[in-house]
Design a binder for this molecule. Structure first.
Ligand code: HEC
Ligand code: HEC
Length: 259
């Protein structure tokens, strides 16, 4: 809808429309969906999580709650938009099947334990999320999706070997450090501020370059494609091999630039 192009002069009209339509749109949201929205943005998940265990991440850090193709905001999130989740029927490349789909908040139950509470992947129970909150998230997904089926994608989740093979390919490509810096700021900066500071993610660039730069770059490429413990993986439709090669070129430049 926001893609409609308008001549100059109608800006005022559009702002008025936005101004008047916002309270209306909000009035339409059910109480349950509103709770879901709040949970989606809240790293404490409504205050139900153990302060000592939480990562500080919220669902919204890794997923858009709007159609990113129709209304891109320039950010590159590791997860796909939650638009269309209710219609998918299974999640995590088939790991979460139809029988537990709703109870596991369409796959969000996995992320709830793993990314928000740092439960190791192999110990995650995707249905451990409280039922009321799973329902609230699903109500919110339905609210923002309407009839929109959301992004179509096939998920590849790589094991260590797969991530290594992907990294072999990526480090053999020629990257553009300038493009890489832009991509880095769109995708990585929230968790790895400026690459030289630790945030939720670790400090990637240290004062002294690593003793084996190519090995470090290979490790970094594998981490982006394959993910880490909390570090989310980026599938090829989020960051292409070329995008990662550009990011690696940027990190290479920073690593060897000194200070
Ligand atoms: C650190 C990043 C991160 C956080 C935080 C996170 N997710 Fe995810 N999530 C992912 C990734 C990566 C995937 C797998 C790729 C994908 O399917 O989009 C995923 C998958 C999903 C899926 C399944 C999509 C599918 O069909 O495979 C849903 C639904 C989801 N997350 C919802 C949530 C909810 C709800 C929260 C908050 C409780 C959350 N996520 C928190 C990164 C994250
Ligand atoms: C949602 C938060 C988040 C985002 C976004 C994120 N990371 Fe991370 N990253 C982490 C965390 C947390 C770690 C610490 C190790 C772990 O938990 O896997 C990490 C670790 C890493 C490591 C390993 C560092 C080491 O010393 O071994 C690399 C490399 C890395 N991230 C690169 C990136 C790049 C490049 C991007 C952008 C494409 C990115 N990360 C986006 C959270 C994030």
């Amino acid at each position: 809808m926001r893609n409609i192009s308008i001549g100059s002069g109608s800006t005022l009209l559009v702002s008025c429309l936005l101004f008047f339509s916002t309270p209306l749109a909000q009035a339409e949201i059910s109480e349950q969906a509103q709770l879901g929205r709040e949970l989606f943005y809240d790293p404490s998940f409504g205050g139900t999580l153990e302060p000592k265990k939480i990562s500080g991440l919220a669902c919204a850090d890794c997923h858009a709650d709007f159609d990113e193709d129709a209304n891109p905001d320039g950010k590159i999130r590791a997860g796909h938009s939650i638009i269309g989740v209710p219609q998918r029927g299974e999640a995590k490349g088939g790991m979460i099947k139809a029988d537990i789909f709703r109870r596991a908040a369409g796959g969000g139950g996995f992320c709830y334990q793993h990314f928000l509470q740092r439960v190791p992947e192999n110990k995650v129970d995707p249905t451990a999320i409280p039922e009321e909150q799973a329902e609230a998230l699903m109500a919110y997904f339905e609210h923002v999706s309407g009839k929109n089926k959301g992004p179509q994608f096939e998920l590849q989740m790589l094991d260590k070997e797969g991530a290594k093979a992907a990294a072999d390919k990526i480090v053999a490509m020629k990257g553009d450090a300038k493009k890489g810096w832009k991509l880095y700021s769109q995708a990585c900066n929230d968790c790895h501020p400026t690459a030289r500071k630790a945030g939720i993610g670790s400090q990637l660039i240290r004062r002294k370059p690593p003793s084996n730069v190519p090995k470090q770059l290979h490790k970094y490429a594998a981490k982006i494609r394959g993910g880490g413990f909390i570090m989310p993986f980026y599938s090829e439709d989020r960051l292409s091999d070329q995008d990662i090669a550009d990011i690696v070129a940027f990190l290479h430049q920073e690593m060897t630039a000194g200070r």
